[in-house]
Design a binder for this molecule. Structure first.
Ligand code: TYM
Length: 327
């Protein structure tokens, strides 16, 4: 029987952090390992062009994200791994979707508004980004999408696009569903009211940070004025965030962690948390270094992925073109 399709991507704009890992990559690996899905994971390199960048550095960033995907445990024997820009059908389908998406829908996108407020130049690509994202998923008829909370609205738009497309041209696509971890929104360590993000480097724990840097950053993480560890995301977001990180990496329930630190000071909790993160990232970092040295292998994985993904994308694009009346 045909397995349900899982699709997700990561944008190569800087180094990955534990938010990317706990919010998405961890689930992407779990879905792969469950053996119940046909998984497609890609580097969203076309998306990365929507922000200002140095072209000399972009190729390295793209390669590094491919390495990180492999080091996180996405296995080319079990999942299809590729670069978005190697499959032009993504952009072709996005064009068709552009014609059925209203400007108003895109104007409501929070991430777009946030990027503008951070000072990004509002190019058309940045505005249109969620339509390309819908095409990324639907070009493989993706049904499940492991993502973090910040991508929820974009996925909603993909579902809207499916409804409009099917309504106008006949049932072609299924509405994709998000798959979320318990750590859907890891917050910045120094600004716990903001999500951990590549654009706020001080509050980020990068997957490649050394043990010393991790210890330093966790030690400096903002807490609150209560005297002991407690879980209350509304009233105590900073500590709730640290507990979520602890629990997600250790696999222990939050309640169990809270009760263990009863009567103890934040210093102790933070120092243990740092060790939990250090040892959880160790296998990733080891593999990352190995893949980094093996450029040929990584490129061959991406070529293989392209070979597997492209015929599927071609078929779905041909079907969509026929549906909309192109000959
Ligand atoms: P990107 O590259 O910004 O992030 C990759 C994944 O990491 C998740 N994430 C987080 N999860 C929890 N806490 C955080 N602080 C945090 N920060 C990031 C993101 O939600 C994402 O799942 N638009 C996407 C890339 C993309 C895509 C797609 C995803 C392009 N096409 C199609 C799925 C399907 C993005 O910019 O992710």
């Amino acid at each position: 029987m045909k397995k349900p399709i899982v699709v997700s991507g990561i944008k190569p704009t800087g180094i990955l952090h534990i938010g990317n890992y706990l919010g998405m990559l961890k689930n992407a690996v779990a879905l792969q390992e469950s053996n119940k899905y046909e998984c497609f994971y890609f580097v969203a390199d076309y998306h990365a062009l929507t922000q200002r960048y140095d072209p000399k550095e972009k190729a390295k960033e793209i390669f590094d994200i491919a390495v990180d995907i492999l080091a996180a445990g996405i296995d080319p024997k079990k999942s299809t791994i590729f670069l978005q820009s190697h499959i032009p059908e993504h952009a072709n389908l996005a064009w068709i979707f552009n014609t059925i998406t209203s400007m108003g829908m895109l104007e409501r996108m929070v991430e777009y508004k946030e990027k503008l407020s951070e000072g990004h130049v509002p190019n058309v690509g940045l505005f249109d980004y969620p339509v390309l994202m819908a095409a990324d998923i639907l070009i493989y008829k993706g049904e499940y999408v492991p993502i973090g909370d910040d991508q929820r609205q974009h996925l909603e738009l993909a579902r809207d696009i499916v409804r409009t497309f099917n309504g106008r041209f006949g049932k072609t696509f299924k509405e994709p569903q998000g798959i979320y971890t318990k750590a859907v929104r890891i917050m910045s360590l120094d600004k716990p009211e903001k999500k951990m993000s590549k654009s706020l480097p001080n509050g980020c724990l990068y997957l490649t940070d050394s043990p010393e840097v991790i210890r330093k950053k966790v030690k400096a993480a903002v807490t609150d004025s209560f005297s002991e560890v407690g879980y209350d995301p509304e009233k105590r977001p900073a500590i709730a965030n640290l507990l979520t990180i602890y629990s997600s990496f250790s696999g222990e329930l939050i309640e169990k962690i809270v009760s263990r630190y009863k009567g103890k000071r934040y210093v102790e909790f933070k120092s243990d948390l740092a060790e939990v993160v250090v040892s959880a990232l160790e296998p990733f970092q080891k593999k990352q270094k190995e893949f980094m040295k093996n450029k040929k292998y990584v490129m061959s994985v991406l070529e293989e992925g392209e070979k597997k993904a492209r015929p599927i994308a071609e078929r779905v694009l041909a079907e969509a073109k026929k549906r909309v009346g192109l000959i």
